[in-house]
Design a protein around this ligand. Structure first.
Ligand code: COA
Ligand code: NAD
Length: 700
């Protein structure tokens, strides 16, 4: 050992200096790592070596700079200084990459003369997804390897590129035979021996620019990046690589990075990064997750098919049971067709499609599920149907097998009660389309065991989903908060706003779609049927807007009937005179004088409704923490990600505005409507923001 800093060490192997970064769990590039790298490189530079190899211990090369450090002034040395030390090292330096080389980790590799990757490596520059731009040469060195157009795509999408594609693109020079450290080091030694000395990327020319390809990449990047300022800047920085000497452009890039990392959006996105990871955990959970390989699905409709596609893609064996042979064949045909379409569109290879088909067994007999580790039902949203099914499955399934439900609203404890395995019952609430939407609410009943919960969370990870743990309640976390939001959107209509006023205010805030456009897309009849069922038990003192019922009575069920809150006769949504007349009539019947709302009034009411319900959800313990609610709304309901979610957003608003929002919500909903303590909910985040401001100013 020639150098042993706490998290970086250097050993000599066959005349090569092996610099190992060892900062578990993912070798994030913290201050200690940067200091260690600098010390070990200085030491290696003085020695007589054939070359230096930088490698990561554990599961990755380096998963980026330490995100926790981005919110405060950085302690030297900063990453560009470490990279300069690599460039100044007299020996060729090779990055030997396994696992993640992301953000600052990939920039460190780009600072090396050579890069070899293990088959399990993923490389990329995800800084834009954290509201920033790369700050240690990513926008200048990457185009020198892959060209400006591909660099715009990589920098602005932030996507994680798998090793074989990285080799094709030129991001790495070679792949190792396996992901074992010995093979990786051998490949790095071979690369150094074959190279003719140093190869500093900053001095390489940028490949000839193809203006059409660049324009296309820029258009796509800006569209996908929803015009966020850091994405616009990232495009400009990459283009600069072909216009200015790297020494100059690197300084401009660093200055942009320093600005963006302190912007509100970057703090919000860092909040979400850590909230997403916290949401996967249940505090104090001591459990042993079971291995799930064989899954049963009951119900092959919209949700069953989407869930089946997601499970097959994750390599799980799936038996899908429908009511009868006709329904079974229809669902099976749809699953196979989706795989064939994936091949036709170039999304998956023929081999992958065939592998997935081989994992899939359609059936019309519940007895075929006897050997499953987990069975998930996605049949009609009807308690009697689900209870009968759970009873039947309980008798068939092997002991310990998990029984899960995809119900959107129903009380799962009631379903669990008809089984002899209440501890193995859990809600797995997927969102539509289930193979695309990332959110998965994992719903625990009063009896769900710790092992069952841990198994469900593990399954979510295997499926690539973002789990959030909820307790049983009408609509759990997401649908319950969304229902309050939609209710207040309807109050606004009754009081004087038009559907397009409300939808425009929502999309101007950053929602993917407004509540009425969403309603028309998913169909208004399902909620209507539910309201009719609830009519007898509804509290007459609760404010109720009849307008959606009038629309349904007029046959306006949404897009599928060419009319809902909007008309669709031209194919596009446009305001409807018939709807305006229905609204005027309903308003007149209640003697309501039409009020004119500003965009901000509408936004405040909608956001206030979300905050009030979020506070209730937290107080009742339906959600564990406010970050889980932010994650739910962002991943399942189109809430703008760059705000950090509704609660993080609200914690940055003046208290006066929040109080006025809550007063407006309370007045609209009426005195009997429950009010949550929004101020209590926001208090910890307000304290966190104070701490952020203190650290930002360097006041450690
Ligand atoms: N800085 C600080 N902490 C980081 C980190 C980073 N760059 N990357 C990961 N971590 C932490 C996570 O917060 C998590 O901590 P926890 O166990 O206390 O919750 C732990 O490392 C493991 O990360 P996790 O995401 O749960 O592991 P994974 O195997 O699912 O994914 C990665 C691994 C590397 C793909 C993923 O962590 C990732 O994308 N990291 C961020 C990469 C990035 O954006 N870097 C750019 C920064 S410039
Ligand atoms: P769907 O009507 O499209 O599909 C239900 C399927 O279940 C039908 O194909 C039907 O033949 C089958 N089925 C009914 N009873 C059965 C039984 N006893 N055995 C086998 N198959 C049976 O409904 P969907 O939209 O897929 O919803 C299914 C469940 O998922 C519901 O509980 C719903 O609340 C929930 N959910 C739906 C959505 C959504 O957006 N559609 C989102 C999340 C959750």
């Amino acid at each position: 050992m020639i150098c042993d800093e706490s998290v970086v060490r250097t050993e000599i192997l066959n005349g090569f200096g092996i610099v190992t970064i060892d900062n578990p769990p993912v070798n994030a590039g913290s201050t200690a790592v940067r200091q260690g790298l600098l010390a070990c490189l200085a030491e290696a530079s003085k020695m007589d070596l054939q070359g230096v190899i930088i490698i990561g211990a554990g599961r990755s090369f380096m998963a980026g700079s330490d995100i926790k450090e981005f919110g405060a002034p950085l302690v030297p040395p900063e990453l560009p200084q470490v990279i300069e030390a690599i460039e100044d090292c007299p020996h060729p330096v090779c990055a030997a990459i396994h696992g993640a080389a992301l953000g600052g980790g990939f920039e460190l590799a780009l600072g090396c003369d050579l890069r070899v990757a293990a088959p399990n490596a993923v490389l990329g520059l995800p800084e834009v997804t954290l509201g920033m731009v790369p700050g240690a040469g990513g926008t200048q060195r990457l185009p020198r390897l892959v060209g400006v157009a591909d660099a715009i795509d990589l920098v602005c999408s932030g996507r994680h590129v798998p090793a074989p594609e990285a080799l094709d693109l030129g991001m790495v020079d070679a792949l190792s035979a396996s992901s074992e450290a010995e093979d990786l080091i051998a490949a790095a030694q071979d690369a150094i021996r074959a190279a003719s000395g140093k190869r500093r990327l900053r001095y390489l020319p940028v490949p000839a620019v193809d203006p059409e390809a660049c324009k296309a990449a820029e258009r796509t990047a800006l569209r996908r990046g929803k015009g966020r300022p850091n994405v616009v800047e990232a495009v400009a920085l990459v283009k600069l690589s072909a216009e200015l000497p790297a020494d100059h452009a690197l300084l401009i890039e660093r200055a942009a990075f320093q600005t963006f990392r302190f912007e509100e959006e970057a703090f919000a996105l860092r909040h979400l990064f850590f909230a997403e990871r916290a949401a996967m955990r249940v505090d104090g959970l001591q459990a042993k997750p079971a291995e799930i390989t064989q899954v049963g699905l009951v119900g092959g409709g919209t949700m069953g098919q989407g869930i089946c596609r997601a499970m097959l893609a994750a390599g799980l064996r799936v038996t899908l049971v429908e009511r009868d042979s006709r329904a079974r064949d229809k669902a099976a045909h749809a699953i196979v067709k989706a795989l064939d379409d994936g091949v036709a569109k170039g999304r998956i290879s023929v081999d992958v499609a065939e592998q997935r088909k081989a994992l899939f067994t359609p059936s019309a007999d519940l007895a075929d599920l006897a050997e499953c580790d987990l069975v998930l039902e996605a049949v009609f949203e009807d308690m009697a149907v689900k209870k009968e099914l759970f009873g039947a499955l309980d008798a068939i399934l092997k002991p310990g097998a998990i029984l899960a439900t995809n119900t959107s609203y129903l009380y799962i404890d009631e379903m669990a009660a008809v089984t002899s395995r209440a501890e193995n019952v859990v809600g797995l609430h997927f969102f539509s389309p289930a193979d695309i939407m990332k959110l998965l609410e994992v719903v625990r009943t009063k009896d769900t065991s710790a092992d069952t919960l841990a198994t469900a969370l593990n399954l979510a990870k295997k499926l690539g989903k973002q789990p959030v743990v909820a307790r049983v309640a009408e609509g759990f976390i997401g649908n319950r908060i969304y229902a309050a939001y939609r209710r207040h959107a309807e109050f606004l209509i009754e009081e004087g706003a038009t559907p397009q006023d409300v939808d425009t205010a929502a999309t101007e805030f950053g929602f993917a779609m407004g509540p009425f456009a969403v309603g028309d897309m998913s169909g208004l009849d399902i909620a209507w049927n539910m309201r009719k069922r609830q009519a007898a038990t509804r509290d007459p003192a609760t404010r109720y807007v009849e307008i959606p019922d009038r629309l349904c009575e007029a046959g306006r069920f949404g897009r599928k009937t060419n009319g809902g809150w909007y008309d669709y006769d031209t194919g596009e949504a446009h305001p409807s005179d018939a709807v305006a007349a229905i609204i005027d009539e309903a308003r007149a019947a209640k003697g309501i004088t039409r009020h004119v709302f500003s965009v901000e009034d509408i936004q405040d009411r909608l956001l206030g409704a979300i905050l009030n319900e979020a506070a209730l959800v937290l107080e009742e313990g339906v959600a564990q923490r406010s970050g889980d609610i932010d994650v739910t709304l962002v991943h399942g309901y189109g809430f703008p990600r760059w705000t950090g979610g509704p609660i993080w957003w609200a914690s940055g608003q003046p208290m006066k505005r929040i109080k006025a929002m809550m007063a407006a919500v309370s007045t609209a909903a009426g005195p009997k409507a429950p009010s949550g303590s929004v101020q209590d909910m926001l208090a910890p985040l307000r304290a966190e923001r104070k701490e952020i401001d203190r650290r930002k100013s360097g006041d450690a």
